[in-house]
Design a protein around this ligand. Structure first.
Ligand code: E4P
Length: 216
């Protein structure tokens, strides 16, 4: 499974990148707004740090607006991917952009039908939002498994980015369900590599080490 970081915070990206764990980055307008920086400048900086795909979202809602923005965003860096919302206009834009070789990530996917439509329109990535589905009292992870099976059934090549990841369970279950990628908020990552028994184990080893009479 590939790990993308769901953040535009440069320090967070650099820190996790030092661990060799960043296969890509996703952003959205809310994530960009948190940084209080120029959109283009921050995306270009992220693209220069990370080798993998970096998603930057369009704001326009018409086909023309989306295509125009996407063509511009695609010139910012060779590894930039244009994020397009899951609407009728979004599907038309994805169809045009894929014919031009511009990579897209169709976002705000909440059903198998939406994921299937986006994949057929030519999306490079499709992003189902598991946390927000759980918030509605439904099962976000079930969608990941069903969408993965559906795309495989028809040989569709879009990769599934599990988005709106809130818990360790989301990540583990998305991996089991066959998602290609999970995009993870920076605050969740340390919880993935930590375990209380690891900390207790280290402490016990250090205490026992003190009992060793000769340490060299
Ligand atoms: C990723 O592409 C999404 O923008 C992100 O995961 C949304 O997460 P949220 O539901 O926690 O805002």
């Amino acid at each position: 499974m590939e790990f993308f970081l769901d953040t535009a915070n440069i320090e967070e990206i650099k820190r996790i990148n030092r661990l060799g764990l960043v296969d890509g980055v996703t952003t959205n307008p809310s994530i960009i707004a948190k940084e209080g920086r120029d959109f283009k400048e921050v995306i270009k900086e992220i693209c220069s740090i990370v080798d993998g795909p970096v998603s930057a979202e369009v704001i326009g809602l018409t086909v023309d607006e989306m295509v125009q923005e996407a063509r511009d965003i695609a010139t910012w860096a060779s590894n930039v991917v244009v994020k397009i919302p899951m609407t009728e206009a979004g599907l038309e834009a994805v169809n045009i952009l894929s014919s031009e070789g511009i990579k897209t990530n169709v976002t705000l996917i909440f059903s198998v039908a939406q994921g299937l439509m986006a994949a057929k329109a030519g999306a490079t990535y499709v992003s189902p939002f598991v946390g927000r589905i759980d918030d509605m009292g439904e099962d976000g992870i079930e969608l990941i498994g069903n969408l993965n099976k559906t795309l495989n059934n028809y040989g569709l090549e879009s990769k599934i980015i599990t988005a709106s990841v809130r818990t360790i369970g989301h990540l583990e279950q998305a991996a089991v369900a066959g998602a290609h990628i999970a995009t993870i908020p920076g605050a969740l990552l340390p919880k993935l590599w930590s375990h209380p028994l690891t900390d207790i184990g280290i402490q016990k080893f250090l205490e026992d080490w003190e009992k060793v009479p000769q340490k060299n």
